[in-house]
Ligand binder design. Structure first.
Ligand code: DX5
Ligand code: ZN
Length: 245
């Protein structure tokens, strides 16, 4: 069982006038994914960026691009996002009538498939399709804006999802997105999340390397407090930290 713990800065909180430099800085600071938030003003009450920006980011980083589609009709754009350089795409369960079909489509395009759920959406919506997923994205804020406060109930939700995945013997990633900072990353890791999106928690600071180092310290401490998890994941855990030191 290999579970790697990954930090994914959300460039929604970056300085867009210097986006290339911001991406390079988080890459050098030890980030393992770049989280790319796409908003359409319909599914969420905000607009962000889309395909041309992804193409530009693709040219300047080797890190996997983790695309989070907060849009009403994700199926219409999958191919374009893949061609623009996405390595994984998350679609929202709330707008997908046929989750298995869209997941199959994403995988046919050759990348990792994930389904996201809002704070008020029941885990069963994604768990039913879990066997075909690479990742479940649990929103820990209402999607649409960076810089919101973490919803504490998300911890129980992550724990319930991880328990159910373990029960079924499915080792897939659980990504947590919204309000993740140095002071709560350990808690969500202990609950079973292993991919941590952080926007304002990273870009709101001057020294990205220092913040990511602190997050990693919290992860290490939290996971050591949970002997069963650490034992089970020792290999991936040590490997993922070793490469970042
Ligand atoms: C919210 C986005 C998040 C956001 C997280 O709709 O999906 O990825 O950028 O930002 P913080 O970490 O500031 O809550
Ligand atoms: Zn996001």
């Amino acid at each position: 069982m290999h579970r790697a713990y990954r930090i994914a800065p959300s460039i929604l909180s970056a300085d867009f006038a210097r986006l290339g430099e911001e991406v390079r800085r988080v890459e050098q600071a030890g980030a393992e994914l770049i989280h790319f938030d796409v908003m359409d003003g319909h599914f969420v009450p905000n607009l962000s960026f889309g395909i041309p920006v992804l193409e530009s980011v693709r040219k300047i980083t080797a890190l996997p691009l983790d695309v989070h589609l907060m849009i009403e009709k994700p199926a219409l754009y999958l191919k374009q996002f893949v061609e623009a350089g996405a390595n994984s795409i998350s679609v929202h369960a709330e707008v997908c009538e046929d989750i298995p079909a869209i997941v199959t489509r994403i995988r046919e395009l050759g990348i990792r498939a994930a389904v996201a759920i809002n704070p008020e959406t029941e885990p069963t919506r994604v768990l039913d399709a879990a066997a075909d997923l690479d990742m479940i994205l649990v929103m820990s804020v209402h999607p649409g804006f960076g810089g919101q406060g973490f919803i504490p109930e998300s911890i129980g939700k992550v724990r319930a999802i991880r328990r159910e995945l373990d029960r079924r013997g499915l080792e897939i990633d659980i990504e947590i997105d919204g309000g993740i900072k140095v002071d709560n990353i350990g808690l969500v890791a202990n609950a079973g999340a292993n991919v941590f999106v952080s926007g304002s928690g990273i870009f709101g600071h001057r020294d990205y390397a220092e913040i990511i180092r602190q997050m990693r310290g919290e992860l290490q401490a939290a996971l050591r407090l949970d002997p069963s998890r650490v034992r089970k994941n020792l290999f991936a855990y040590e490997k993922s930290f070793r490469t970042l030191r």
